[in-house]
Design a binder for this molecule. Sequence first.
Ligand SMILES: Nc1nc2c(ncn2[C@@H]2O[C@H](COP(=O)(O)OP(=O)(O)OP(=O)(O)O)[C@@H](O)[C@H]2O)c(=O)[nH]1
Ligand SMILES: [Mg+2]
Length: 192
Amino acid sequence: MTNVHKYKPRIIEVAFLGDPRIGKSNLITTFTSNYYSGEYTATFEYTYTSEIILGDCSAATISLHDLGGSPNYDHLRVLFLNVHTKINAFILCFEIGNDQSIYNIKTKWWNIVKHAAKDVPIVVVGLMADKDPEGGWYEEKAKEIILGVDKNKKKKKNEEMGEGFSYAQCSTLTMRGFTEVFELIIKTATQD
Ligand SMILES: Nc1nc2c(ncn2[C@@H]2O[C@H](COP(=O)(O)OP(=O)(O)OP(=O)(O)O)[C@@H](O)[C@H]2O)c(=O)[nH]1
Ligand SMILES: [Mg+2]
């Protein structure tokens, strides 16, 4: 049923977290500038903004908070999340082919965002998909590791981890899946 009072934020705020050097900043800057630099500079914190058109044709501004992955910035990241309380979606990233970066979502990044804001939706994004020549889809693996969903998908072993997440993956280098990643991020950040 359509709710005529449905609130669509004019300013959408999303925060990207995940291990260092897994391609978060290149993902964000390619979205905002339409150019993939492939450069690496360790991010501390930087906010990019971009004008977008939503599915209902209304305009919005999206703020993309790039929170660097270095452990050196752990305390400052927590401080940032304490101040920025209007995040509409958290984007937890990992690098395809780097399973440790998925485990670190489970053991580190998930807890940080749930502690900051329990009910904000989470999108898990697999980056550098070009590193898998088979072009595999890593959603099930990510769910298995992060949520403890067992292989036959019958139950979660770790209910306390929450209600789950939506998933997308891409290569910023080749752009495969890139549009779909941002469509999912925007859809998730603007849902009720
Ligand atoms: N093969 C491949 N390499 C990528 C891709 N995206 C980024 N890279 C490389 O990954 C490295 C790290 O990229 P960044 O975007 O700076 O990584 P980050 O996650 O922002 O790192 P921190 O700021 O330290 O948290 C760079 O050397 C990029 O060239 C991709 O889609 N495919
Ligand atoms: Mg960065």
